[in-house]
Design a protein around this ligand. Structure first.
Ligand code: TXE
Length: 476
């Protein structure tokens, strides 16, 4: 596939290409241009040229277009979901959910198009003010490979509805569905240059987007280390930035929890998308009074999981997305085994054997008796490994939960309101779920505290994040 700049397919000025692989089979399924800073320059110019006309449309006109685009993407969801599974690895069911999730985001923001675009403020004898929310101009978006389509929606929908134009860089391992969707958005009527997709590496195209003087704001989702670099670069150009940098979300299961429901919550929370979700359950805290039965039920369910190619309808968990992930997780489990950082309850190794040898398959894994300084508890485990910690009182659980440098989400599983209140008040996180985990619908703000990043996506406030106010003060 080609990049999409100014509504057309283009190769890179470098004439270099990058292969895109199916992580289940190791086969090359396509290739995309290896973009350069020069390509970013062309894309930003297109976005600048498109800005005036796009921002002069009414918000309602832009909303109608987003509604229409969502319906065209829905019409093509089977093909898009298949493509997503082939480049990302996730089961077809999850890929379908993700494409539909993208449409939901577009529709949510389109639905906000009738909201007032500003306020009137009366100041008595001093006069009256009109406060307008204006679009920023050209915005940049940098997307990871784990939920590429959904995250594309989180960044593009509010930015475009507010009247901005955009240059977006997908990850090198999952760019294809994003490119296909952007072509559909253009067919739906998005004018050329409003959304430009530049493929390529983070160091070249990513940094060129952040540092380009005409890019007003950058929204980034990815690792903490890269997020720090993005913050540094954006700060040096005095640019607004949203950073969504992952987490190590705890799930706290109290002794009064509905155990069966919580077991299913832990399964979905940890193993959906092979555990490669920023809000996945990455640390499980279980009250000692129910720990025995909870862990044995969870183990039975985990051991029955069908791991395989996402295109196989029986598959419940696909491969990891890329070699870096596979090597990182293999290394973590090697260290856990060699250094006695925990007891492996099930799994713990790459999946080998016929049908698995060329893919990045990893066993769904549970680890008990985890050492407090193990990276399973201190880092972000971006894969299907779940450390289980048994606790005897809520105070201890909360203090362990808050020891993490991350603060994205937390769930508590209980029937007791006082417990909910305590967790809501004392746990450091951007979202607290009660009796569920992971779900992030477009209606609610999403983002974290501490090393999980800054800024919020989703919700009506994210729309304001893509505007700046301009005030007319009428001193009568
Ligand atoms: O992330 P990177 P990687 C975490 C997760 C995972 C780890 C590494 O723990 O194991 O990060 O994944 C672009 N300037 N998350 O290496 O490098 C890059 O091309 C500008 C959590 O894939 O952060 C890609 O498009 N951009 C996370 C995007 O940044 C740069 C989701 C993410 O890549 C860049 C993904 C640079 N210097 C990984 N370097 C979440 N929050 O959910 C890279 N990129």
């Amino acid at each position: 596939m080609y990049m999409r700049i100014n509504g057309v397919e283009v190769p890179s000025a470098s004439a270099e290409w990058r292969d895109v692989m199916n992580p289940a089979t190791g086969e090359v399924i396509d290739r995309v241009p290896d973009g350069t800073s020069g390509d970013v320059g062309v894309a930003v110019e297109s976005a600048e040229s498109a800005f005036q006309k796009w921002s002069e449309k009414t918000t309602r006109e832009r909303g109608v277009l987003l509604f229409h685009a969502a319906s065209m993407v829905r019409d093509d969801h089977k093909h898009l979901a298949r493509l997503l599974t082939m480049e990302q690895g996730k089961p077809l069911r999850e890929a379908t959910d993700e494409v539909r999730g993208f449409c939901n985001v577009l529709e949510f923001y389109a639905g906000l198009s009738s909201q007032p675009a500003g306020d009137a403020v009366r100041l008595g004898s001093q006069g009256d003010c009109m406060v307008l929310h204006e679009p920023l101009g050209v915005c940049g978006a940098i997307i990871p490979w784990n939920m590429p389509v959904l995250i594309m929606g989180w960044k593009t929908a509010p930015a475009l509805l507010a009247g901005n134009t955009m240059v977006l860089k997908p990850s090198t391992t999952a760019p294809l569905t994003i490119l296909s969707i952007s072509a559909i958005l253009e067919k739906a009527g998005l004018p050329p240059g409003v959304l430009n997709i530049v493929t390529g590496s983070g160091g070249s195209t990513g940094e060129a987007i952040i540092t380009h003087p005409s890019v007003q704001k950058v929204s980034f989702t990815g690792s903490c280390a890269t997020g720090c670099r993005v913050r540094e670069l954006a700060g040096s150009c005095n640019k607004d930035v949203v950073l969504e940098l992952g987490g190590s979300d705890p799930m706290i299961v109290m002794d009064d929890a509905d155990v069966q429901k919580a077991v299913e919550g832990a399964l979905r929370g940890r193993f959906y998308n092979a555990g490669q979700i920023c809000t996945a359950v990455k640390r499980l805290f279980v009250h000692q009074d129910i720990a025995g039965s909870f862990i044995s039920q969870l183990k039975v369910r985990v051991e029955s999981f069908h791991v395989g190619n996402g295109l196989d309808p029986q598959t419940e968990m696909g491969p990891l997305n890329n070699l870096q992930q596979y090597d990182t997780l293999s290394g973590i489990m090697k260290s856990v085994k060699e250094n006695g950082e925990g007891t492996i309850l099930t799994g713990g190794s790459p999946v080998k054997g016929e049908g698995y040898d060329n893919g990045y398959f990893f066993e769904p894994t549970l680890v008990g008796d985890v050492a407090e300084d193990s990276s399973l508890l201190t880092g972000e485990i971006f894969g299907p490994i779940l450390p289980v910690v048994v606790f005897h009182d809520l105070d201890t659980a909360i203090s362990k939960v808050n020891r993490s440098p991350y603060g994205l989400g937390t769930s508590v599983w209980t029937r007791d309101l006082a417990t909910v209140k305590r967790v809501f008040q004392d746990v450091h996180a951007g979202i607290i779920w009660v009796n569920r985990h992971v779900t992030v619908p477009p209606e609610i703000p999403f983002g974290g505290t501490k090393e999980s990043g800054t800024g919020r996506e989703n919700g009506y406030r994210a729309l304001h994040g893509y505007t700046r106010t301009k005030t007319l003060f009428l001193g009568w």
